[in-house]
Design a protein around this ligand. Structure first.
Ligand code: FES
Length: 149
């Protein structure tokens, strides 16, 4: 009789233990922030000297090309204006190309061909007091408006 009672007590204790662990997991998930972490919309891209003239440098975490043309610097969005795919710089063709539906853009963001309805966005780029390039992805600039350093 005692064996049966001990067995039932162990089963009840195990059930409470499992329920306790389960509720702790659910509580932990509830208390942890359910947030999407994105990079800041304004960022320093380093000193202008890092970018030789006629270079296109992709900043991966910001999805921005820093383009240093003879006219100056551009910060070109890498997000295709068709359906939002991430474009790729093709140095062989000297074009920014979208792998999804074939849109092509010049290095200054102007559209060359494909279904993209408008050029790539040009983000504002200035020189910070520290001497670094400062890109502001909350502000666009007109095409051909390069930062001269
Ligand atoms: Fe770039 Fe369609 S998303 S061409």
């Amino acid at each position: 009789m005692s064996d049966r009672r001990d067995f039932l007590n162990e089963i009840v204790a195990a059930a409470f233990g499992i329920a306790g662990v389960g509720s702790m997991i659910v509580t932990g998930q509830y208390l942890s922030p359910n947030a999407l972490y994105e990079p800041p919309l304004k960022f320093r891209a380093g000193a202008p000297d890092l970018y030789p003239v006629d270079s296109v440098t992709y900043i991966t975490d910001q999805q921005v090309y820093i383009v240093h043309s003879p006219e100056g610097f551009y910060a070109v969005s890498a997000v295709c204006t068709h359906l939002g795919c991430i474009t790729q710089w093709n140095p062989g063709d000297n074009m920014i190309e979208c792998p999804c539906h074939g849109s092509k853009f010049q290095s200054d963001g102007r559209k060359v061909e494909g279904p993209a309805p408008i050029p790539l966005f040009l983000w504002a780029i200035t020189l910070a007091s520290s001497g670094d390039l400062l890109v502001n992805k909350t502000e666009t600039v007109n095409y051909g408006q390069a930062l001269k350093v």
